[in-house]
Design a protein around this ligand. Structure first.
Ligand code: SAM
Length: 278
């Protein structure tokens, strides 16, 4: 048996008596043309290591395996074990490894024994915490190609100044180059979700902030965007107020949504310098 001999995904689901479960955020991509397009956008190739979160019926997994990548698939729902075991048998020997676990607590560095890519049609209920985990380390993927609900995708790639610009944009763009690469309508999924979706591709920046700087950036963005209608001098009062804001070359009367990523990084540096002097 090879990948080409596998039954269509809809048939595989029926054969194993599997229906989508809402609690696991299950909305399946059963059209291999779409999953192949995502695998192409991920730009993974022969021998490259990929973690896929939530293989479910395995449509994206099949497409990733077709590229020759080595896939480690982390699935929380044990019901998929027999169906995914069929996929292990159809794949090249050693090409697909299954782990039945919660991706939120998975240790990617140990799983991969080094670097690798992440490609996933993410379960929407844990999409943002998983992204934050990969953006802030300690393990950093070589690239991430991830399906989110469209509204989250827009928050990741948002330019400064707009309503979608917030904590997620600052953390994502300080650490990565983030680009929306594909819109996917709700009807492409089984069952269709209530919202539209989009694929975002993120690659780590060479000047990625250190863990300590990222930690401060997270504190500052939480405070600044927690009260986004307030001026920085009010929202950042407890973290240093006007002296901190001025040391970063920013206007204390500015609001968080007008401060670009470089401005937030200067704030983090000013906070670290003030701490070192204290
Ligand atoms: N990749 C499949 C596809 O494209 O058809 C399924 C995508 S579905 C949106 C999300 C998948 O993630 C489901 O298979 C679900 O069981 C799995 N999942 C949900 N929460 C998870 C978690 N915390 N860790 C690992 N897998 C999870």
């Amino acid at each position: 048996m090879s990948l080409a001999d596998l039954p269509p995904l809809r048939e595989a689901l029926a054969e194993h008596g599997l229906l989508a479960k809402k609690a696991f955020g299950q909305h399946f991509l059963l059209d291999l043309n779409i999953t192949r397009k995502i695998a192409r956008l991920a730009e993974v190739g022969p021998g490259e290591r990929v973690i896929e979160v939530g293989p479910g019926p395995g449509g994206l997994t099949r497409a990733l395996l077709e590229t020759g990548a080595q896939v480690i698939a982390v699935e929380k729902d044990q019901r998929f074990r027999p169906l995914l075991d069929d996929l292990v048998r159809a794949a090249a020997p050693g090409a697909l490894t299954l782990l039945f676990a919660d991706a939120l607590t998975a240790d990617e560095a140990t799983l991969l024994g080094g670097s690798g890519h992440v490609v996933s049609n993410l379960p929407y209920n844990v999409g943002t915490p998983l992204l934050i985990k990969w953006l802030t380390g300690p393990w950093t993927p070589a690239s991430m190609t991830l399906m989110f609900q469209k509204e989250v995708a827009l928050r990741i790639t948002a330019p400064v100044g707009g309503d979608a610009y917030g904590r997620l944009a600052v953390i994502a763009q300080a650490t990565s180059d983030a680009q929306g690469v594909m819109d996917v309508p709700a009807r492409a999924f089984t069952p269709p979700p209530k919202v539209e979706s989009a694929v975002v591709r993120l690659t780590p920046r060479a000047d990625r902030p250190s863990a300590a700087r990222l930690d401060v950036l997270q504190k500052l963005t939480a405070a600044a965007f927690g009260q986004r209608r307030k001026m920085l001098r009010a929202s950042l009062k407890a973290l240093g107020g006007e002296p901190l804001i001025e040391a970063a070359g920013l206007d204390p009367q500015a609001r968080a949504e007008t401060v670009d990523v470089a401005g937030f990084l200067r704030l983090a540096d000013a906070w670290i310098s003030a701490r070192a002097r204290a």
